[in-house]
Design a protein around this ligand. Structure first.
Ligand SMILES: Nc1ncnc2c1ncn2[C@@H]1O[C@H](COP(=O)(O)OP(=O)(O)OP(=O)(O)O)[C@@H](O)[C@H]1O
Length: 358
């Protein structure tokens, strides 16, 4: 899986740009505010249908323009597919995959699996469980096709159960939703657990290379006490859920708990160390995907050098190179990246929104 062409039009400060990336490491080089991250943001948009910087399209569309347009060609199953996306300031979306209109942005995620590593990425470990759940689900989604439709169904059922909780007078009024939920919840939980079991070794090995001074452990919290039967537990929790107005236990509460000596990493590690650990998690996941999945993962790395000393950049670059994945890296100085990856990189200069190939 690799992108062979990207065109951007009216995206942030980029009026028009066209890039023909290499299948290996691509370096986006430029001064602060030149537009490097905007190119990563555009690729992220093509892969996930959303930005990692703003949920408002009007912030992304170039000032005084109505819409942005992105176009890419990418390799998929031995063929090259074109992908076009236009999004207007008001949020209207037009998506074309291989010349056909597509109505769901979720279709993009299947075609272009991406891993983003960026300076604020450490919030994966310091923030709430939602991000870590997404981390797990990204991987399950890409290796287990039955996961996504089941998860969508569970989310819909939870919405209905939560709505029913507001008018329910006794457990009987919502018991129906729990029966519908129960089996599906167990299924997706099993898929998450199996996936993490397989990924765990890759994560721990990568983390050991980055932070050899720590002994990490990984625990999967399924969203409720694993010794309890979910249906029975939900029944017992009815009064509590009714008072809260939402379902307080279940797979929607799942989490990935990363600890060092039994203590959550967010309480022990420095910011730079947390950042490295997040790199380890994302690289491990991408490498695992590239080993087992049919579609290969692409890495987007924003501000590679930020907060990492040279000694730590070396294992990071080694794992990136080993992944064999296509990589897009932004940096201000070329030397640091060349030193790590050798001459085998394609350099794009970004200056005031203009992109040129070296
Ligand atoms: N909607 C928009 N229209 C036009 N310009 C914009 C828009 N949104 C942001 N900008 C400008 O686009 C530029 C691109 O910023 P970007 O974050 O891509 O820079 P960068 O090269 O990654 O910089 P840094 O090294 O500081 O992270 C900034 O100067 C910003 O002010």
């Amino acid at each position: 899986m690799a992108i062979t062409q990207v065109n951007l039009s009216h995206f942030r400060n980029i009026k028009e740009a066209s890039l023909k990336p290499d299948l290996g490491v691509n370096l986006l080089l430029g001064n602060n505010g030149s537009g490097k991250t905007s190119i990563l943001e555009a690729i992220h948009f093509l892969g996930l249908g959303r930005s990692f910087r703003s949920h408002l399209t009007k912030r992304i569309v170039q000032h005084e323009q109505d819409a942005f347009t992105l176009f890419a060609r990418f390799q998929h199953d031995d063929q090259t597919l074109p992908l076009g996306l236009r999004k207007s300031r008001t949020g209207d979306t037009e998506l074309k995959i291989n010349g056909q209109r597509a109505d769901k942005l979720a279709q993009l995620a299947e075609l272009l699996p991406l891993q983003l590593i960026h300076p604020e990425g450490y919030s994966l470990l310091t923030g709430g469980p939602k991000g870590r759940r997404s981390f797990i689900d990204w991987g399950v989604f890409h290796v287990e096709p039955s996961f996504f439709p089941q998860w969508l169904r569970v989310k819909r059922l939870l919405k209905q159960r939560n709505a029913a909780l507001k008018t329910a007078r006794s457990y009987r009024d919502i018991g129906f939703w729990d029966n519908e939920l129960g089996e599906r919840a167990l299924h997706i939980t099993q898929l998450r657990r199996d996936y993490l079991k397989r990924l765990e070794v890759e994560i721990l090995n990568t983390a050991k290379d980055f932070l050899p001074e720590f002994e990490f452990s990984i625990e999967f919290f399924q969203g409720w006490d694993k010794s309890r039967d979910l249906l029975e537990y939900m029944q017992q929790n009815f009064e509590r859920d009714r008072a809260l107005g939402y379902t307080s236990i279940g797979p929607q509460k799942a989490d990935l708990r990363v600890k060092v000596d039994g203590v959550p990493v967010a309480d022990v590690l420095s910011r730079g160390q947390l950042k490295l650990l997040v790199c380890a998690l994302r690289l491990a996941q991408g490498k695992f995907q590239n080993g087992v999945g049919s579609t290969k993962c692409i890495f987007l790395i924003d501000d590679f050098a930020s907060e990492l000393d040279r000694e730590k950049r070396i294992p990071l670059a080694k794992h990136i190179a080993e992944s064999g994945a296509q990589v897009f890296i932004t940096a201000i100085e070329k030397e640091q990246i060349e030193e790590l990856f050798g001459q085998q990189i394609k350099v794009f200069h970004v200056e005031h929104g203009n992109v040129s190939e070296q």
